[in-house]
Design a binder for this molecule. Structure first.
Ligand code: GAP
Length: 512
């Protein structure tokens, strides 16, 4: 399936099966804002829990926090967001469409990367088993040229943005002859900076109202609570504070479904370390976070690191874990070595000391911070799009199956009486009543059993349990596995153990 078609299918499937809806759809929607339906909310909750377990439950030096979305406005002055949380935007004078200048350039480079991918596929077909991808990438003249061109463009863009040389960003767009994707026009305005924070007001009367921002990242709630948590939890460095919650950004280019939203959720962890040790911890967290992703089995080839040339105002090292979405490799998670920038800055703006007394060194210092930051919605899209597959079966028919990792699946098992009579629904409902303390379940007695299996496949349910006439005689049921479609006859009494084995977080966390 072409990538564009696959992406359309992902969006349509998410709606049809109650995962993701356009926000305020009956009013024609609100751009880049989405609602999660009955299955989406479960998948999202399970991803959040899997992250929380891996970060907080599995590490006794990491604790949680739930800071408010609204924060004192000076927070955002201290963090640098008021002055520097900008995106470079450019307007097309003919189409009147607004774009992110860096995204236009990145899309141009993505097309070069697509050409490399095409060459790889062609060569892989030509050479068969003898194909050595690494050697091909290093030696094929055309591919090397493409790669050098892409790297040079990204490097120049990174340097120009770093120096705030917006005229050069526009020059680059013109040199590459990048056109408005909608109309083909190359009639561009200058590149300007645009602050991404949403403003709001606190207070009853217009005169006394205080200007606030909706937080653009959850991290600052952790920084301002650093001493509260350290002191009340008697935490010793190195230690971490983890938080999940909503963040808001007035994105200029809001597209690609839930990849780039104006209201989204982050899962962030700030790890406080001794000054000078931050790069060691940065490497360690890069490795740990990749392992977390790989544990879910979405395919090692679908991940890569992208080390930043252009560093944010607070970082001395930064990398993205990129994932192969249906529209190409894009950032899924960021790992940033944020130095002591945030704590020092809050110390300066608040006039309150944010220091730690290190009993081993016998001295006070402002800790350095390594952050891991992942978008929950982006992770949802990674899991969902990767899991959605059309399979051709042995008999030539196709089935649509959502092969979600079982630990994340919204519904763990469907209980299906073979027919709606002869006492089978009663037995099925009793099985449900017993298992519902342990798992999220669904019950379905409508349509032929084959159609019901397909419905559960498309819904991502890992197990179907069918109650038939033999069940009445020997207390056994058929358990059908979503991915292999294999069917086993098992005792009702064994169901809990069989399902638990595959859906239990332990099974998955042990791989992290
Ligand atoms: N505290 C650091 C921070 O916020 P970021 O790279 O701006 O860093 C971290 O964001 C993660 O949040 C990204 O890797 C991405 O997964 C997610 N994210 C950022 N902007 C987003 C948006 N508009 N929509 C959905 N997810 C977003």
């Amino acid at each position: 399936m072409a990538d564009q078609d696959k992406f359309k299918k992902v969006v349509a499937h998410a709606k049809e099966y109650g995962y993701v809806f356009q926000s305020s759809e009956i009013y024609d929607g609100l751009s880049a804002v989405y609602d999660y339906g009955q299955n989406g909310v479960e998948l999202k909750k399970n991803i959040r829990e899997f992250w929380w377990q891996a970060m907080v439950q599995m590490n006794n030096n990491i604790v949680g926090l739930d800071a408010a979305i609204l924060m004192h406005p000076t927070t955002w002055k201290a963090s640098g967001h008021v002055d520097a949380f900008n995106d470079p935007l450019i307007d097309n004078k003919d189409s009147k469409k607004r774009y992110r200048a860096d995204v236009l350039i990145e899309d141009y480079v993505a097309k070069i990367e697509a050409k490399i991918e095409k060459e790889i596929n062609k060569a892989a077909k030509r050479f068969g088993d003898a194909f050595d991808k690494a050697e091909f990438l290093a030696t094929n003249e055309r591919v090397v040229q493409y790669k050098e061109k892409g790297d040079a463009i990204l490097k120049r863009m990174g340097q120009s943005l770093e120096k705030e040389d917006l005229a050069d960003v526009k020059a680059l767009i013109e040199e590459l002859e990048i056109a408005c994707p909608l109309t083909g026009s190359r009639n561009w305005t200058e590149v300007k900076q645009f602050n991404l924070m949403f403003g709001t007001k606190l207070g009853a009367s217009a005169e006394n109202a205080m200007d606030l921002y909706l937080r653009p990242e959850t991290a600052q709630g952790i920084f301002v609570n650093f001493l509260n948590v350290q002191k009340s939890g008697r935490m010793k460095i190195p230690f971490g504070i983890a938080q999940t919650g909503k963040a808001f950004r007035n994105e200029i280019v809001a597209r690609q479904f839930i990849f780039r939203m104006r209201e989204f959720e982050q899962m962030e962890m700030q790890f406080f370390v001794r000054p000078g040790e931050e790069l060691k911890w940065y490497e360690s967290w890069k490795e740990k976070r990749l392992k977390w992703h790989l544990a879910l089995g979405l395919g090692a080839d679908n991940y890569r690191f992208h080390d930043h040339d252009k560093l944010a105002h607070y970082a001395n090292a930064a990398a993205d874990i990129e994932f192969k979405f249906p529209f190409g490799f894009k950032e899924l998670e960021g790992i940033h070595s944020r130095t002591d920038f945030d704590l020092s800055s809050h110390q300066e703006f608040s006039g309150k000391k944010l220091q730690y007394f290190d009993p081993e060194l016998g001295e006070n210092y402002v800790p350095y911070v390594v952050e891991t930051s992942i978008g929950l919605d982006r992770m949802f899209l990674a899991v969902f799009s990767n899991s959605l597959q059309d399979e051709i079966l042995e008999d030539g028919s196709t089935r649509t199956v959502l092969k979600l990792p079982a630990v994340l699946a919204p519904v763990k098992a469907a209980i299906l009486p073979l027919v709606k009579k002869d006492g089978l629904p009663e037995v099925a409902k009793q099985i449900m009543a017993d298992l519902k303390f342990d798992f999220t379940l669904t019950y379905d007695e409508k349509d032929a059993i084959g159609r019901r299996y397909r419905r559960q496949d498309a819904n991502g349910t890992p197990f179907c349990i069918t109650v038939d006439h033999d069940t009445l005689k020997d207390n056994t049921v058929t358990i059908r596995y979503r991915d292999s479609m294999k069917q086993d006859r098992v005792n009702i009494a064994d169901l809990k153990d069989i399902i638990s084995k595959e859906v239990s977080p332990k099974y998955w966390l042990e791989k992290c």
